[in-house]
Each structure stands twice: as C-alpha cells, then as structure tokens.
Design a protein around this ligand. Structure first.
Ligand SMILES: Cc1cc2nc3c(=O)[nH]c(=O)nc-3n(C[C@H](O)[C@H](O)[C@H](O)COP(=O)(O)OP(=O)(O)OC[C@H]3O[C@@H](n4cnc5c(N)ncnc54)[C@H](O)[C@@H]3O)c2cc1C
Length: 513
C-alpha cells in the first residue's frame, strides 16, 4: 500500500480536482498570534532515540526549526530486535516511510504477543498492515534519524542536556560542557532516566523493578539439539527464559537474573552462567559474549507531560516491562500525537488548548499500557496460581471478542481519544481505506489535516493552508464525510458545513483571512 518515501515536503497531485492540497511549507510567514520570539531554534529535543527522531521529523513537516541533542557520540550498537505493531506500521505508511522500513525486518503474525500466549490473531483485523514487523531497534533509529535529517532537522551528537531554565519567551538549555542554547520549546525524549524530567521536578511514581532479566548474545559449548530439548522443556513454565540461535554459532540468551541489580552496570558472563545454572541446571558452556545487558520490570508514569514550555515523550514519560513489545511503539506514537500540535503552536494557528490535548490524550494511553504490562508480568510467573490464571485466560482467548480486545490493546489500533459524544469512529483512527487516488494514507505524507468528503459539496475554506480536501463519492466510508487530524484520528463526522467549520476551528484554529 505504501507507495513512496517523502524525502521532503512534496507536492501532492493525487488529490482531487477541487482538493485543496496546501502549499509546501516554505519560509515561515508570521501568522497573527504566532509564538514568535527571535530565537535560533523553535524546538530542542533532548535524545535521538526513536521518539526524539520521530518527533523531529514530524516538526520538520511544518517547517519548524529543530535541533536534536544526543548525548551518545555514536548510534547504539547492540542489536535488540523489537516488534513494530500495527499502529506504528500505519504511522510509517502515513508518512511514506514503510517501504524503507519493511526490507530491514521480518513480518510475523500479529497474534501471540499478549503475555506470550500463543493464540493467532482473530480473523479480519481492520488494517491493511495486520502483522508484526520484527526489526533491530538500531535500524529503526537510523531510518527515523535519516528521515528527520532529510527533512532538515539538525542532530548534534555528544551533547548531553544537563540544565534548563524557562521564561516567557523560551527555554535555555545547558549542555554538560556548559554551552547554552535557546529555543522556544524543549522536549525531553531522553529515555527512562530522563534528565529533563528530573530537572523539571516532575514526579515519576510507580513500582521499582522486582524482576531483572539478563539479555545478551554469546556462543555456547553444547550441541544445538541438547539446547533445543532443554529450552522446549523449560519454556513450558518459564516464559522469561529463552536461548535462540542467532546464526554463526551465536545464541541470543534471555534469563531471569538472580536478584535486582544496578542497570547502569552491565552484567558479567559469570552473572549469566549463574542465572542459567539456577534455572536450567547447566550454563550451556556459554562463552565469548558479543554484548550483555540487563533490564527490569519497573513501571512508572510521569505525573505531568508538560511544564510550561517543556514537554516529555516516550520512555522519559513512561516505563514498563518489555513484555508485549510496546515501549518503542508507544513513544513513536507519542511523537506522532505531539508533533503537529507543537508545530501548530509555533506556526501560530494552534487553538488555545491544543497543546494540552497531548497529555490529555496520551497519558491515559500510557496508563493503559502500564496496566496491561503489569497484568502480563503476573501471567509470566511460574507460581501455580498465576499459571492457573494463564491457562484460564488462554481458554478465554478462544472467544473472538476477548482475543480481539487484547490484540487491539497491544497493537494500539483500539485507541479512541475522547472527542466528546459521537459514534465509535469519532476519536478513533481511520484505517488505510481505498480512495480514488489509491489509498488514504498516501494522502497524509505531509502531516496535514484531511477532509474526506463523499458529498462533494463541502469546503475547507480558510483552513486550506492546513487541511487538504478530497472529494470522493466512492471512498470506502460508511459515513458522508470525515475530518482527519494529521495523526489520522477522526476529529469530525457529518455533512453540514457549519458544523464542519466549528470543528475545523476546534482543531485547526482560526481560518486564514
Ligand atoms: C529487552 C527489551 C526489549 C524491548 N522490546 C521492545 C519491542 O519489541 N517493542 C517495543 O515497542 N519496545 C520494546 N522495548 C522498549 C524500547 O526499547 C523503548 O521503549 C524505546 O527505546 C524508548 O524510546 P525513547 O526514544 O523514548 O527512549 P530511548 O530509546 O531510551 O532513547 C533516549 C535517547 O536519549 C539519549 N539521552 C539520554 N539522556 C540524554 C541527555 N541528558 N541529553 C541528550 N540525550 C540524552 C540516549 O542516549 C538515547 O539515545 C524493549 C526494551 C527492552 C529493554
């Protein structure tokens, strides 16, 4: 479905004759009410992980001057395979990125991720991208960073944010070497131990890690068949244990740690051996590690996502165990929600409360993910009671509705923001339906709003610099018209021009003169 990679804001000649396909963002012309202090950057982003890189790209679609500060001098090297779930694949398709990402990953069935209970996904999931893409995290980060820099974002490596101060006009960011930089806004995408969050004094309540897991790649000293038999036996009850051949005699090793340790200190080979012996009665002769790391199941949520001109996104705002593979997906989706709103604030057309809808919409989503990972961790316990609940849930998942509910949570396609009273579609995402130009998502590459109009008699009028209009009586919709936000969520459903204008004002501010 995904047809092109947009290396920069592109013209869009697929939209219909009367489609208003606004201008390519060029040099900014100050709009009245714009937040326009003469500062060198509009937004500084702390951290060039997946969240920071995605946010930088989203802001660049709207010509926002972005600087990303990354404390590491080189991209991460250890190869952790992560899963991109359906909603993240949809976001990539919406920005013309999916074709670049797909060749680097392996498609796997969408089901079987809730607490690793091996149930296939229910039939007929409503997405053109109903699979999981297993892909190394460093590749995702590289592709997103390339996407952001191709759009004009600046990335400075070896720069750790160490201090911040905000005033009415902007934020002064201090680096570890004492250099000071100014911008209108700062976004902390600097991971679970976020310096920005700490500097803001934002609380991060939740539970500390109770169960650490060791993870690494190393060679083994026993035959493959012996390992396979032992793994099959142990996985019956120990879901947190895994030994998987990685190629070239190297194995990926995942094993519960003996106790909770200091995450900043990498584990040793001896730690792996002891942990393997404790669970399997043998250390499989592991040797020659390529890399070794430790992760925990700490679960925490930032009390606030915004303090004045400073915002938090991704792991900086929420952490939880990796079960279900949701953390990176959640962060990238935070960035997708925040990008156009912050850009609107900077361009000067944001309605007064738009930026605050970021926390109002995304914090409850994170709360839900935290809860579902808490539940999944209980289901992984080897205790008899937990095992019984696991068996029961496994039976319940044979009911299509139960299975569908859980998969819509994990893949984030079930998210519905609260936009007020209305049909289920209001506030939900619109799948990539067929339209006369081909597919809907290919019309969203530039991060603008879209009126999809089957009546052919509505107009986006004074909002045409922010919102495209596609008149298509044959669009595969069972409602007359929808107004889509730049993140693909349905902001309005109807056929009345005045009602539409009211909703355009609500989401896209005052019309241009
Ligand atoms: C074992 C394991 C498996 C996982 N599997 C999955 C999965 O399958 N699917 C999934 O969705 N998620 C998965 N995750 C979670 C995922 O890795 C994280 O949620 C994701 O990396 C968060 O992205 P982020 O950009 O918010 O933060 P990070 O990836 O932590 O990036 C933060 C960046 O900020 C930089 N930084 C830190 N401090 C500063 C500073 N002061 N100044 C400047 N830069 C700074 C860091 O160097 C880093 O580059 C897994 C995690 C683990 C541990």
């Amino acid at each position: 479905m995904d047809s092109q990679f947009t290396a920069g804001p592109s013209s869009n000649d697929r939209a219909g004759r009367d489609a208003t396909v606004g201008d390519v963002p060029g040099p900014r012309s100050p709009a009245s009410g714009a937040d326009h202090a003469p500062l060198p950057f509009d937004v500084i982003i702390a951290g060039c992980g997946p969240t920071g890189a995605m946010l930088a790209a989203e802001l660049r679609l709207h010509d926002v001057r972005v600087l990303v500060l990354e404390k590491e001098t080189e991209p991460k090297s250890f190869v952790r395979i992560v899963g991109l779930h359906i909603r993240s694949l949809e976001l990539m398709a919406m920005r013309g990125l999916l074709d670049r990402v797909l060749p680097h990953g392996r498609r796997r069935p969408a089901g079987g991720f809730f607490a690793a209970i091996p149930k296939p996904a229910p039939a007929g999931l409503d997405s053109a991208y109903a699979y999981l893409l297993g892909i190394p995290q460093p590749v995702v980060e590289r592709l997103l960073e390339e996407h952001a820099t191709a759009l004009g974002a600046q990335v400075r490596r070896g720069c750790a944010v160490a201090g911040l101060e905000q005033d009415d006009e902007g934020v002064t960011v201090e680096l570890a070497d004492g250099e000071q930089l100014r911008s209108r806004y700062l976004v902390g995408c600097d991971g679970g131990r976020s310096t920005v969050r700490k500097l803001l004094g934002v609380g991060f309540p939740g539970e500390p890690s109770r169960n650490d897991t060791l993870m690494g790649e190393m060679e083994v000293g026993v035959p493959q068949e012996e390992i396979a038999a032992k793994v099959a036996e142990l996985r019956e009850t120990h879901q947190r244990f895994w030994l998987r051949p990685f190629g070239g005699g190297v194995y990926s090793v995942v094993v519960p740690a003996l106790g909770v340790g200091d995450r900043a200190k990498p584990p040793t080979l001896e730690d792996f051996k002891q942990a393997l012996r404790a669970i399997a009665g043998t250390d499989f002769g592991v040797h020659s590690p390529r890399w070794m790391s430790r992760f925990g199941d700490a679960t925490r949520l930032a009390e606030r996502y915004r303090v004045g001109r400073v915002l938090l996104a991704g792991d900086a705002a929420h952490i939880h165990p990796p079960i279900g593979g949701q953390g990176l997906n959640l962060g990238v989706q935070d960035a997708f929600n925040l990008g156009w709103k912050l850009a609107a604030q900077i361009r000067g057309w944001a309605p007064e409360t738009l930026l605050d809808t970021y926390q109002a919409e995304r914090r409850p989503v994170a709360e839900d993910v935290l809860d579902n990972t808490r539940a999944q961790m209980e289901l992984l316990s080897a205790e008899p009671g937990a095992q019984a609940v696991r068996r029961l849930l496994s039976e319940l998942m044979d009911f299509d509705e139960v299975n569908r509910h859980l998969i819509e949570k994990i893949t984030a396609i079930g998210i519905r923001y609260d936009f007020g009273e209305g049909p289920d579609l209001l506030g939900s995402r619109l799948p990539d339906i067929d339209v006369k130009q081909g597919n809907l998502y290919s019309l969203l590459h530039r991060g603008r709003g879209l009126l999809l109009d089957r009546t052919e008699r509505l107009t986006v009028g004074g909002w045409s610099d922010r919102v495209d209009h596609l008149a298509d009586p044959a669009a595969a919709l069972d409602v007359p018209c929808v107004l889509l936000r730049p993140d693909g969520h349905v902001a309005w459903i109807g056929d009345d021009q005045q009602d539409l204008d009211d909703h355009l004002s609500r989401w896209f501010g005052r019309p241009a003169d």
